[in-house]
Design a protein around this ligand. Structure first.
Ligand SMILES: NC(=O)c1ccc[n+]([C@@H]2O[C@H](COP(=O)([O-])OP(=O)(O)OC[C@H]3O[C@@H](n4cnc5c(N)ncnc54)[C@H](OP(=O)(O)O)[C@@H]3O)[C@@H](O)[C@H]2O)c1
Length: 473
């Protein structure tokens, strides 16, 4: 079904001069304009604390689009977008000045600001009577721990009702993540095996080759558990393990995700490995260790890697382990879910050359090289019985020959039309924090790993005698 044109509304980006707005949001607006998916009437208003003019903002936006858009610059489309752009400098009367450029009764306000500024801005929007008719998009991280997330929900709800709050996790805007629901619930063959009888374990990996770059100061207060596990990894977990929703509506889908997370057992710190990268080499270039990065404490105990084992206490999943891991400065960039099916009950081949059968696996590649593959064990041609692992592979790029839209395009569109399906609900965010609280309260010691490696060797003990799927697969 084609996406619809959103109803008339203004869009306000608070923090419009920052990194996220520059690299993601402004290019997304440009591509939405290209696809005729912006409202017929409505301005896009940038707001920040400096003294830019409309013209400064347009120059900035043109550079942002030229550098970061997934499609080339078309002047006719740029002219249409440029005509919508306004800037309000927050160094005058602050948020009150926004009123002068907002003509319409409906608006979307996107908070693309440091998390510490969010409560003040939310209260400020209420204070200048901009809450009515406004939907609010809040970026991650949503809180720093359970009490701060609850407090943030409370502050927001004093001004905005939950049905007008859109907590963003840009992973949910990826085509491959949205496809998890279709793959699971349109293909009954897999769904019948999708339980503790059929599945031995599920591994979910978010591996990055990048370090913290210039975000060292921010990362020092965050770490891998808060930055990736509590949001991206838990969202992937919820989608891969949830029950079928009663219908494909935003409410029903979010209720099932929340139910799955409610069944997640709070994580035992003994089931967690926390690592930190030391100097090493990535793609032939020498890179610094985390403690040498700008803005990082030389004695930092912040983790840049987390691997953990967890359980879902439900009828469907009791007895199946879930292994989640994420890290920076790893050998390869990939986000992947690996479903490891239970082994055959008997190995008929143990009297042959084949001593041990490898487990059958389903690999769901979220990025890069988006696709799905299923491994089989087959006999190698020849007189002696030996086996070989072979693969059936589907690749998005080869099958669909389309560049999927950027996550932020889809998510901005959905927020404009008021569709919550791909946004995180309050119960999900609260339960996510509850599940990681034991680890935040008693974090295991940090172990080092070399930049460019597969992570700390200690993570292998979590999954032993099995092995994590190799990042080189
Ligand atoms: N960058 C990313 O790739 C990324 C990815 C996922 C999530 N996020 C989240 O997105 C948010 C923004 O991140 P960012 O990387 O864009 O940060 P950033 O580069 O530091 O930009 C922050 C923006 O907020 C403005 N600002 C700061 N305090 C403000 C206030 N009190 N009132 C109004 N504007 C204010 C800043 O401009 P002035 O100083 O001129 O006001 C700037 O435009 C954060 O919550 C971050 O966690 C970012």
């Amino acid at each position: 079904m084609a996406l619809s044109t959103p109803p008339d509304q203004d869009i306000v980006v608070i923090g419009a001069t920052g990194d996220l707005a520059t690299r993601r949001l402004l290019p997304a607006f440009y591509n939405l304009e290209r696809e005729n998916l912006l409202p017929q009437r409505g301005n896009i208003v940038g707001f920040a604390l400096n003294d830019w003019t409309d013209q400064d903002f347009r120059v900035h936006a043109l550079k942002a689009v030229s550098f970061h858009s997934r499609t080339g610059l078309d002047e006719r489309i740029w002219d249409r977008l440029s005509a919508r752009l306004r800037f309000v400098a927050g160094n005058g009367d602050g948020l009150a000045d926004l009123r002068r450029v907002l003509d319409l009764d409906r608006r979307l306000v996107y908070l693309s600001v440091p998390p510490s500024s969010v409560p003040t801005i939310v209260q400020g929007l209420g204070g200048v009577d901009l809450a009515d008719g406004t939907s609010l998009v809040v970026e991650k991280p949503f809180g720093h721990d359970l009490p701060s997330a609850q407090q943030l929900n409370h502050t927001i709800h004093e001004v905005f009702p939950e049905e007008r709050v859109f907590r963003i996790d840009h992973y949910l805007g990826k085509e491959t993540v949205q496809n998890l629901l279709v793959f699971r619930f349109a293909n009954p063959l897999f769904e019948r095996e999708w339980n503790n009888d059929g599945i031995h374990r599920i591994e979910i990996t978010v591996a990055e080759t990048e370090g913290v770059g210039r975000r060292g100061r921010f990362y020092e207060e965050t770490g891998a558990l808060r930055d990736i596990v509590q949001n991206h990894l838990f969202q992937l977990l919820a989608l891969i393990a949830m029950e079928a929703p009663v219908r494909m509506t935003p409410e029903a889908i979010r209720a099932e995700k929340a139910k799955l997370l409610a069944a997640a057992r709070p994580i035992d710190p003994a089931d967690v490995i926390r690592g930190q990268y030391t100097a090493g080499s990535i793609d032939g270039s020498t890179v610094a260790g985390y403690r040498e990065e700008e803005g990082v404490n030389p004695d930092s105990a912040t983790e840049t890697y987390t691997a953990l084992r967890m359980n879902i206490d439900s009828w469907r999943w009791g007895g199946t382990h879930f292994y989640l891991r994420t890290g920076k400065r790893l050998a390869r960039r990939e986000t992947r879910i690996v479903i490891v099916f239970r082994d055959a009950p008997l190995n008929f081949f143990e009297t042959t050359e084949v001593k041990r059968l490898v487990s059958q696996k389903l690999h769901i590649r979220i990025q890069p090289n988006e696709g799905i593959s299923l491994t089989f064990v087959l006999k190698e041609p020849g007189p002696v019985v030996t086996t070989q692992k072979v693969e059936m592979d589907f690749s998005y790029g080869e099958s669909f020959k389309l560049t999927p839209p950027e996550s932020y395009e889809r998510l901005l569109h959905d927020a404009m039309v008021g569709d919550h399906t791909l946004f995180i609900s309050e119960p999900e965010v609260v339960r996510g924090w509850e599940v990681v609280t034991p680890v935040l309260e008693a974090p295991p010691p940090i172990v080092p790993y070399t930049a460019g490696s597969l992570g700390p060797a200690e993570a292998n003990e979590l999954i032993a005698p099995r092995l994590w799927h190799a990042l080189e697969d």
